[in-house]
Ligand binder design. Structure first.
Ligand code: MSP
Length: 539
């Protein structure tokens, strides 16, 4: 149930087609949302984080048949645990998991049809054109011809987007009058330049809309794995018309009881839809137009990320990782190498903001060893060991004004939250990580510069030793908070080792990152290495 005393932050992943097991690409998108959801919870928002499965459409029906299942529903039921279990393993903290075959989605989609009918933006006609089943996308004769010419393969009729063979579709269909929304969409982009993020993706969306919009076929009669159109037997809903609505279904759209209406008012519009760049048109053109047609508020931002790519050994070219290309890496392979927290850290902080990124195990190891084993893990273990050794298994006792004393680490930590939040707010996790690692690296240098082991030999310098260890532990405490969205278990463990277990679940991250939160004279646990160095790294 919504906590309406806090501001709502509603974030969604795309819902995944149930045509194959989830891979690194799917997990990447889900993790981007998870990091944002955890950050916002810690920053005091009432978060709803939604993910789920897109179960209708020809592609899923074909996958079900290919796997020998009697019905698409039975196939989807068999796949749901794969997704749910993987998300648990990867510490994905979604609050809801929607499946488009659930009654709530059936109800909402049929309600949408009625609203569309009333809106005047729906008409019946007949569709004659091309359809790409893997992309679940329509293409006009002209689009296909143009793409054939560009490829110099006339007559083959391959999908202009993914290059796979197209299917000819000729059938009666309902159409959504997308063409009527061109001006309103362009106005939306002008008035809300951050509707599409990162900013460079906006140009792509704008020029697509400026090129003219054709009405969209939104029902099918030639197959039946979809939600029936309530006022016309034999028509089922086009899979994207169904899928996009999931974002509203999950927050009570179409339900008339008081609790659902309150939930919808609190949650909608969503703050972020996070999507891959391949489905940006659906989210930045079709979806806002649908919402304009039925008079519902538009989501605040659509964040489009790039693709994880794999280098093709023969051609040397980077290719999108996908099941159908046979180049997908299973998340388990990365978990086995880096552990879950290392996996999360690597993908969230080493893949450039919104860009494609080539994946390699060598790079994963480098980042893990440099940032986690040598820097963060080493800082924690050295500092806690020294605190335990020099202060009788405890953190030093704190003087009344300790937090006001100048130190190079305090200088870096001061204002760190604002710099970090500025990057996190726009999902620039690489930038946010750089802010935190600046403090971590500075703390490691500080150990070398101050040489606490030498200071400890001189009893007259006891005060100095205490200051050094306090500065280190306080920097670690703050870095643990800031790294929590990326590596929640590690941060909780670090805080536990400093007898600050209760602090891990803060909902005042800004306050928690103020210099001065350390507990003095409390037990310190040395513990095992957080990130044992990976042996195969030669450096
Ligand atoms: N079902 C639709 C989404 C409907 S949302 C209302 C769909 N599903 S999908 O399973 O094909 O893709 C889901 C998401 O996974 C997309 O955002 C896509 O970009 C992402 N990825 C699939 N392969 C990927 C990579 N190799 N790298 C990064 N993300 C990729 O589209």
């Amino acid at each position: 149930m919504a906590n309406t005393s806090k501001p709502s932050f509603y974030i969604t992943t795309p819902i995944y087609y149930v045509n194959a097991a989830p891979h690194l690409g799917t997990a990447y998108c889900t993790m981007l949302c998870d990091v944002q959801a955890r950050y916002r919870r810690a920053a005091g928002y009432d978060v709803k984080f939604l993910t789920g499965m897109d179960e209708h459409g020809e592609k899923v029906a074909e996958a079900a048949a290919a796997h020998g299942f009697d019905t698409p529903q039975a196939w989807c039921d068999s796949q749901a645990p794969l997704f749910k279990n993987l998300w648990r393993e990867l510490e994905i903290s979604n609050d809801d998991f929607i499946r488009t075959t659930e009654p709530r989605q059936h109800h909402a989609v049929q309600y949408l049809w009625e609203r569309m009918k009333e809106s005047g933006y729906l008409y019946k006609g007949s569709y004659d054109g091309w359809y790409c089943v893997p992309e679940e996308t329509y293409f006009t004769e002209n689009q296909v011809k143009k793409s054939d010419e560009e490829r110099e393969t006339p007559g083959q009729h391959l999908c202009p987007d993914c290059g796979r063979p197209l299917e000819r579709v000729q059938e009666e269909s309902y159409f959504f009058k997308l063409s009527a929304f061109q001006d309103r969409l362009l106005k939306l982009y002008d008035e809300h330049p951050d509707f599409v993020q990162p900013a460079f993706r906006m140009n792509e969306v704008r020029s697509f809309v400026e090129g003219g919009l054709t009405d969209l076929s939104v029902s099918r009669t030639s197959f039946d794995w979809g939600i029936p159109v309530p006022f016309d037997d034999g028509h089922v809903t086009y899979v994207w018309f169904d899928a996009l609505l999931n974002y509203m279904t999950a927050v009570g759209y179409s339900l008339d009881d008081e609790a659902s209406r309150a939930e919808y008012a609190h949650r909608w519009p969503a703050q972020y839809h996070v999507v891959g760049k391949d489905i940006i048109r659906f989210h930045c053109v079709i979806w806002p137009a649908m919402l304009m047609a039925i008079g519902e508020p538009l989501p605040e931002h659509v964040f489009a990320h790039g693709f994880l790519t794999v280098r093709n050994a023969e051609t040397g070219k980077a290719e999108k990782m996908s099941k159908s290309r046979g180049n997908a890496i299973a998340p388990q392979d990365v978990v086995d190498l880096l552990g879950v927290e290392g996996y999360r850290y690597y993908f969230m902080t080493d893949v450039a903001h919104g860009e494609d990124s080539a994946i390699s195990f060598e790079r994963m190891e480098q980042v893990y060893n440099a940032d986690l084993a040598n820097s963060w893990g080493n800082l924690v273990s050295r500092s806690l060991n020294m605190s335990a050794k020099y202060f009788d298994g405890k953190t030093p006792e704190l003087e009344a004004d300790w937090a006001k004393k100048d130190s190079p680490l305090r200088a870096i930590a001061c204002g760190i939250y604002a710099r970090y939040a500025e990057r996190m707010d726009v999902m620039d996790y690489v930038g946010a990580k750089d802010v935190v690692m600046e403090l971590v690296h500075a703390a490691n240098h500080y150990i070398e510069d101050t040489a606490p082991w030498a200071v400890a030999k001189d009893e007259a310098r006891a005060g100095e030793l205490s200051d050094i260890i306090v500065n280190l532990l306080e920097s670690i405490r703050i870095a643990a908070h800031l790294l929590e969205p990326f590596m929640p278990e590690t941060s909780a463990e670090v805080l536990r080792r400093m007898s600050l277990a209760g602090e891990a679940d803060t909902c005042d991250l800004a306050g928690a990152c103020e210099w001065g939160g350390l507990a003095g004279g409390v037990e310190v646990t040395k513990g095992d290495a957080l990130f044992p160095r990976l042996a195969s790294d030669k450096k």
